[in-house]
Design a protein around this ligand. Structure first.
Ligand SMILES: CC(C)(COP(=O)(O)OP(=O)(O)OC[C@H]1O[C@@H](n2cnc3c(N)ncnc32)[C@H](O)[C@@H]1OP(=O)(O)O)[C@@H](O)C(=O)NCCC(=O)NCCS
Length: 202
């Protein structure tokens, strides 16, 4: 989450319904539950930012609707928040004249009690759909610790292409130097898809 900016100048991509899941912007009523699982040790095992101060978490989530770069969402199922999805506009490098506001970074955290039920995979798909179909972005990337098997599966099943494998690039407090993988998808790859790699229809 970036928290910066001056309004959703692309319009909000949320809310979106997908099966039993509702992807929507967070409200004050969600903050307590987001705080309760964001700093859970199981959740943080592979996160680079291992702890978020509760006040920072509140400020960052409540700033999303007014941000020009942060389009993050919460994921609701049966009236309960089961995950958070991150979608930040983060431009890459390039020479002067590079178009601005075209690239984004996605991420996700599933509430421990809801893990292993397809919520992470659905969230990655919803974030890609939001980035390409609703925000009209050009390129989406996501990074994961290679040891984070579930996250790597989520990205591969979302049809993202592994384009970087950085060996012993990331410091992990228990594992030491670990590998990091980065995945990407371009708008043209998104448009060319007819189904998800696991056979699910688009
Ligand atoms: C990574 C994470 C988002 C996965 O979400 P999830 O809802 O549990 O994932 P899904 O149920 O959609 O499963 C996705 C795939 O991962 C596999 N998987 C899920 N949990 C797993 C685990 N603990 N170990 C190995 N594989 C696992 C599933 O079997 C599935 O693969 P399959 O379809 O081939 O069977 C979730 O575990 C999480 O929030 N982790 C903590 C935060 C985090 O690491 N975020 C990502 C930072 S890059």
């Amino acid at each position: 989450m970036t928290g910066a900016g001056s309004a959703h100048n692309l319009g909000s991509p949320w809310p979106v319904g997908m099966g039993s899941l509702l992807f929507r912007e967070a409200t004050e009523a969600d903050i307590e539950v987001l705080q309760s699982f964001r700093n859970d040790p199981d959740v943080n095992r592979f996160m680079v930012r291992t702890h978020v101060e509760p006040d920072d978490l509140r400020r960052e989530w409540l700033a999303v609707p007014d941000s020009a770069t942060d389009y993050s969402c919460v994921v609701e199922r049966d009236g309960q928040v089961v995950a958070m999805g991150f979608l930040d506009i983060v431009d890459g490098s390039g020479q002067p004249g590079r178009p601005a506001g075209t690239d984004s970074l996605i991420g996700y955290i599933v509430r421990p009690g809801a893990a292993g039920q397809g919520v992470g995979s659905a969230t990655a798909r919803a974030l890609l759909q939001a980035a390409f179909d609703r925000l009209g972005l050009r390129r989406v990337t996501a990074a994961a610790n290679l040891d984070n098997v579930a996250s790597v599966r989520v990205l591969e099943q979302a049809g993202m292409r592994r384009e970087r494998h950085a060996v012993k690039a990331l410091w992990h407090r228990e594992l030491g130097w670990v590998d990091e993988v980065e995945y990407a998808m371009l708008d043209e790859e998104w448009a060319a898809r007819t189904s998800w790699p696991d056979g699910n229809a688009t």
